[in-house]
Design a protein around this ligand. Sequence first.
Ligand code: CU
Length: 173
Amino acid sequence: MRFLVRACAPVAVLALAACSSGTSTPSPASPGGAAPLTLTDGWCKSTDSMPAMSKEMTGCFGTLVNTTGKELKISGGSTDAAMMVELHETVKNASGQMQMQPVPDGFTIPAGGSFALKPGANHVMLMKLKGDLKTGDKVTVTFDTSAGKGALTWEIRAFPGAEESYVPSPSNS
Ligand SMILES: [Cu+2]
């Protein structure tokens, strides 16, 4: 515990808000600069209806928009809601099943372009959730990008669809 508190203290001196703010306040991306990216229609799947086994993680979707004039690379992120944030892609494995995995080089958004995050395709994964994410809640994820940090707020929504990656479709039906 003592270690955790100390780890936060130097940051708090420079940016108190980053350490103490609630989930709804986006933190500034860089001094004097606008956020390097924005999010349109961002949502994460709520844990409400998930089987207990799946509640450890959830997927986040929406459209990321690069607001800079340069190609933007997203290498990772962090959130108060989970221990880890991963950038995932969904691929077909050798047996033809859809499976998700971390993208080795992160996400790249062209200058002024956008990047779609969808169930069954690229998405942001919150791993090792610290608690339930209930429908209607909001969660803030701060991304590490080539143009500095960018905090984005996602709405928690109920999503009835199965995650292809975790529930491979039956080969015979
Ligand atoms: Cu995933």
